[in-house]
Every structure is written in structure tokens, then in C-alpha cells.
Design a protein around this ligand. Structure first.
Ligand SMILES: [Zn+2]
Length: 220
């Protein structure tokens, strides 16, 4: 049976993402990059760091694909196009590069996440003081024979500092015939997996330990 396209409702999730270690979601050096020459984090046109919805959506999806062993060929996103009972990813996120499926439109909408009120104040205070809100971390690779910094290995990366909070907002479309409860559970499961894993770049080296907390689900 073809997926009904009768839209019944949106379930919305709001939460706070707290950076427990520095968070790095890379921007482009030719873009904003105010005050930062090398490897800046992504910022809005005012120069304020934010979390692109695409980054959070991609991480949610990737964690759920690992959890349910639904990673596509050569590590690509899943494009199996199977229903929710077989694949928890394709219905919610859309099957990757698969136009021949009956799942209907992607269900999840992950919005860009902006600084919480308190963190925005911190950003404004830093700007007033002429200081950087973000931190710049310099790293190097150690030559294991000499114990010295390997030649050419020095690099700096900009990070959003630990303690920064972003306000998350996710919306889930529910069409007629959808298993709403199951979809909700899967989104919440994905959020829990991110808390146990990392978010953004260089996570295996300590960046991007986050806690997504105060999750509220509005299912009215
Ligand atoms: Zn799939």
C-alpha cells in the first residue's frame, strides 16, 4: 500500500545541547571567519557560532545507522528504502540516493540551533571586552621516535568553548499510517546515542563531548 500523504501532525522536540568539551563544527575560511585565520567554526552572518541543522541531522542518522547496522555501501548513508519495522532510518531521514521507494517524504526536520540566552550574553560580553568567545586550540603530532613535534604538523583549530549551550529544535512530521510512537522513540534514542558518543569534529580526540538535556516532546 502506498504511503498516505495525509499529514496528521508535527511532533516537536526541544532540548538544550551543552558542550562538555570544546565543540568544533567547521566553517569556511573564505566565509565569515572574523578574527580567525585558520580552521574557523561555522558562524552566522553576525559572527555568532551556531549548530547547522544538517550537522545534527547527519550525526543522529549516523548513530542510528550504527546502532541498527543499517550503514549503506562503503559507509554511505542507508538507502534501503525499507519501512520503519525493517529500517529505522530510511523513513525518518529519507533513503539516501533512492528514488524508487514508497516511504513518502522525510519525516524529520532538524533546525539550526542557536546559542541559549546565557551563552549569547557570554558572546556579547566577550565582544564588548574585545575578547574572543571561541577558543583556539593548537595541536601537533608527536614524532614517536624523537618525541618532538613532527615537522609541519602544527595546526590551530577554533572551538566553541566548554559550557556553551545551544537550543535545539527538531520537528517530526506524522503522516496517516505512521507509527508515531516508534518514530518518537527512535529520535530520542538517537539523541541518547550522541550523548554517549561525540558531536562535531575531532571527537575521538576529546572534542565535542556534549550533553543534550531537558528534552521536551510536544505531541499535541
Ligand atoms: Zn534504510
Amino acid at each position: 500500500m502506498a504511503q498516505s500523504l495525509r499529514l496528521l501532525k508535527h511532533v516537536s522536540f526541544t532540548a538544550t545541547l551543552v558542550c562538555k568539551t570544546g565543540l568544533r563544527i567547521g566553517g569556511t575560511e573564505s566565509g565569515i571567519g572574523i578574527g580567525t585565520a585558520e580552521n574557523p567554526v561555522i558562524k552566522d552572518p553576525r559572527g555568532i557560532p551556531y549548530v547547522p541543522g544538517s550537522s545534527l541531522k547527519g550525526k543522529l542518522r549516523a548513530m542510528l545507522e550504527y546502532k541498527y547496522n543499517q550503514v549503506g555501501d562503503r559507509g554511505a548513508p542507508c538507502g534501503c528504502g525499507q519501512g520503519l519495522d525493517k529500517c529505522p532510518v530510511c523513513t525518518i531521514f529519507g533513503p539516501h540516493r533512492n528514488t524508487n521507494h514508497g516511504l513518502g517524504p522525510s519525516r524529520i526536520i532538524v533546525r539550526d540551533a542557536f546559542l541559549s540566552t546565557g551563552s549569547l550574553e557570554d558572546w556579547e560580553n566577550a565582544r564588548t571586552e574585545g575578547e574572543d568567545f571561541t577558543e583556539t586550540k593548537t595541536e601537533t603530532s608527536i614524532d614517536r621516535m624523537t618525541g618532538m613535534a613532527a615537522r609541519g604538523s602544527l595546526r590551530t583549530q577554533e572551538r566553541v568553548p566548554a559550557g556553551t549551550e545551544f537550543q535545539l529544535n527538531i520537528s517530526l512530521r506524522v503522516f496517516e499510517g505512521d507509527d508515531k510512537a516508534r518514530m518518537k522513540d527512535i529520535v530520542l534514542e538517537g539523541i541518547g546515542l550522541i550523548n554517549k558518543d561525540y558531536f562535531g569534529g575531532s571527537g575521538t580526540r576529546g572534542y565535542g563531548w556534549v550533553e543534550i538535556k531537558d528534552v521536551e516532546v510536544a505531541d499535541a
